[in-house]
Ligand binder design. Structure first.
Ligand code: NDP
Length: 458
């Protein structure tokens, strides 16, 4: 894929970028490694100051950053502005908590291991490569970069080829925040040039957010090199609604959860599994709200849903919907792309899905909701778990026993009861099964790229 800004609302190529030469990639890795040798010795206070200065810039420049995101990948301007501010929050969170998260862990009774003193100490690993996607072009990067830099690592970013201006802005904002040269650098390279970077001995680990094939490739190379990886891949999150739920809130949240980011979020609720007692009421209200959303120019304030980020992405959504319909599924709203330029796709609700349809088992990366009717909690859990993914999950019920059953029974990295899955810096984020492994955010996220060194003093 060429490295370019292509406005998804119009299909127009706004700007193209040359890939870095091999010599430039080598130079940047060298700078990262040399920088790490000194940066690793800086203290938390010093790093925190730079984090807060970078957060100040995100807050001051939120409008500018939002314009870049909306132009390159089509999320609404309001959502993009929110993302820039969330970046500032994430940076401040790690600035304020890294020292506590990475404090020594002394053994209460060192004599049990024959020592005068015994402890675990977290130390940085070195330059880490982040392979990142376009859907949250700044926040996804920040949730890697904030903990990594606070831990004393340095970052190299291979961003998605359709968000080069966001990628360059991120390199620039860390530099202007005062981080020394080499702490955070963008490599404008295509996916096929990732392998030599991963195999470079100066690069010690990698994190990837994106599709399964990309994750598989990076994990295989890093496995071969014995390098640690964190993978955050796709999801097909269930959203269960039981009769005791507040139906109005459940419907409003279901719509938000499905169409957020124009339907392109790994933690978007994608499969709506509704108890038969409330199925008809839920469906009527849900379809009516989905149909009422305004699709259009993401720069306009009144727009709820902008275009999909890429032409290929829209073709993928269309294909899976069309295939389901020709196999007998029913479209309750949407289901047909509008005429005209841009990669728009309408909010869509589908029912009558059977297990042999791709829409049952694949992630649909667009504003398409699948509806399922179930008789009880156990059937809801069976359908919810009948997927290769296991990222987020949602269940709506006011019954405490049912809440516990869903908390224990949903096969996912995260469960949100009476809410929608959200990434908070304060909570661990990650998946099981084909959604990946490792955790981002919270204390767990910052420890992923640390050496937990066992210290024994006799
Ligand atoms: P990709 O996985 O292709 O892209 C994500 C990142 O990985 C990009 O930086 C991409 O670079 C890079 N990449 C792609 N292939 C490789 C590879 N073999 N080795 C190293 N890096 C690689 O996602 P797409 O944009 O193609 O989206 C396809 C599907 O992936 C979506 O429909 C969705 O299902 C899922 N996805 C999930 C996301 C999530 O948040 N979990 C985010 C994005 C996508 P380049 O852009 O240069 O190809």
């Amino acid at each position: 894929m060429a490295i370019a800004t292509i406005n998804p609302a119009t299909g127009e190529t706004v700007r193209t970028f040359d890939e870095l030469s091999e010599a430039d990639v080598q130079r940047k890795i060298g700078i990262a490694y040399e920088r790490w040798l000194t940066y690793r010795a800086t203290g938390f206070e010093e790093r925190a100051e730079l984090m807060h200065a970078t957060a100040d810039l995100f807050e001051k420049e939120a409008d500018f950053a939002a314009q870049l995101m909306t132009t390159e990948m089509g999320k609404t301007l309001a959502a993009a502005r929110g993302e820039a501010l969330k970046c500032a929050h994430g940076l401040r969170y790690y600035a304020d908590h890294a020292a506590e998260f990475l404090a020594d862990e002394p053994l209460a009774d060192p004599s049990a291991v024959g020592a005068k003193r015994a402890l675990g100490r977290y130390q940085p690993l070195g330059p880490v490569l982040a392979v990142m996607p376009w859907n949250f072009p700044m926040w996804q990067v920040m949730r890697f970069a904030a903990p990594a830099l606070m831990a004393g690592n340095v970052g190299l970013l291979k961003h998605a080829s359709n968000v080069p201006q966001c990628a360059l802005y991120l390199e620039d904002v860390f530099r202007r925040g005062g981080f020394p040269e080499g702490c955070f650098q963008t490599l404008l390279i295509s996916a096929r040039r990732v392998e030599p970077v991963l195999r470079d001995p100066r690069v010690v680990a990698a994190t990837l957010t994106g599709s399964e094939p990309a994750g598989r490739s990076v994990a295989a190379i890093c496995g071969d090199e014995i390098k640690h990886t964190v993978l955050e891949l796709g999801g097909s999150d269930p959203f269960v609604v039981m009769p005791s739920a507040d139906l109005e809130r459940a419907v409003a949240t279901a719509v938000e959860a499905r169409v957020q980011n124009n339907g392109q979020s790994c933690i978007a609720a994608k499969r709506f599994i509704v108890h038969s007692d409330v199925y008809d009421a839920f469906t009527e209200a849900f379809v009516s709200r989905m149909r009422g959303l305004k699709v259009g120019d993401p720069f306009e304030e009144a727009t709820d849903v902008g275009p999909l980020a890429t032409e290929q992405g829209r073709a993928g959504v269309e294909e899976v919907v069309d295939e389901a319909v020709s196999a007998g599924a029913t479209v309750l709203c949407g289901g047909r792309r509008p005429d005209g330029p841009g990669w728009f796709y309408p909010p869509t609700v589908i029912t009558g899905i059977t297990r042999d349809m791709r829409i049952f088992s694949e992630e649909v990366f667009g504003p398409v909701a699948s509806l399922y009717r179930v008789a009880d909690v156990e059937q809801a859990l069976e359908i919810a778990n009948a997927t290769g993914f296991g990222l987020g999950s949602n269940a709506w019920t006011d019954d405490p026993a049912e809440q516990e059953r869903f908390i224990d029974g949903l096969d996912a990295g995260q469960v949100f009861i009476n809410g929608k899955t959200v990434s908070y810096p304060e909570l661990p984020f990650g998946g099981i099964k084909r959604s990946g492994y490792g955790r981002e955010l919270s204390a767990h996220g910052i420890r992923e790229f640390c050496n937990l060194k066992t210290v024994w003093v006799g």
